[in-house]
Design a protein around this ligand. Structure first.
Ligand code: CMX
Length: 135
């Protein structure tokens, strides 16, 4: 079941610069910086009440974030929804006709299992599903 918005991902060109910018905007600092090599991104997270904002900077030219910024510029890249069981949600959404971009859940930032739905099947918004990983 989809439970809530877990975070909103924002593509940025320069993470250090944007960390300072968002620190001024929110009046508080990010709580972590984490690189996800498999996705070619460096990320930082801000906590606002129950919702997180994730900033993403590309770490290589092949990264989805590099391609996104080349095409559209900086801005909202994805909306991530928390799910209780990512495998059953992937099955459910596939059966509903959504295009799931991953065969299996993969490891994402902030201790999550994640998968993505193609924006062409979700009214132009890249959707991420994420489930807390057992630690
Ligand atoms: N939001 C909305 N639309 C997007 C998009 C996004 N984030 N990224 C690409 N698109 C659009 C493109 O603009 C393009 O639109 P048009 O056909 O109208 O021009 C369309 O989607 C398809 O683009 P494409 O060129 O065929 O495909 P891309 O190579 O740009 O790949 C996507 C798009 C979504 C399949 C790819 O980015 C992907 O697999 N994303 C999932 C992984 C990811 O985003 N990782 C980074 C974040 C990791 C993290 O959160 O930790």
């Amino acid at each position: 079941m989809i439970q809530k918005i877990e975070h909103i991902g924002i593509a940025v060109k320069d993470l250090n610069h944007s960390n300072e910018l968002f620190k001024k905007l929110f009046g508080k600092d990010h709580y972590k910086v984490e690189a996800v090599e498999s996705e070619g991104v460096s990320t930082s997270f801000f906590m606002l009440g129950e919702t997180k904002i994730e900033l993403l900077q590309a770490t290589n030219e092949e990264s989805a974030i590099a391609k996104f910024i080349d095409k559209k510029g900086e801005g909202i890249h994805h909306i991530a929804y928390a799910v209780d069981n990512i495998n059953s949600e992937m099955e459910r959404l596939k059966a509903e006709g959504f295009e799931i971009l991953n065969k299996e859940p993969k490891y994402g930032a902030d201790n999550k299992l994640i998968c993505f739905l193609h924006p062409k099947s979700t009214n132009g918004i890249l959707v991420e599903l994420c489930q807390e990983r057992d630690t």
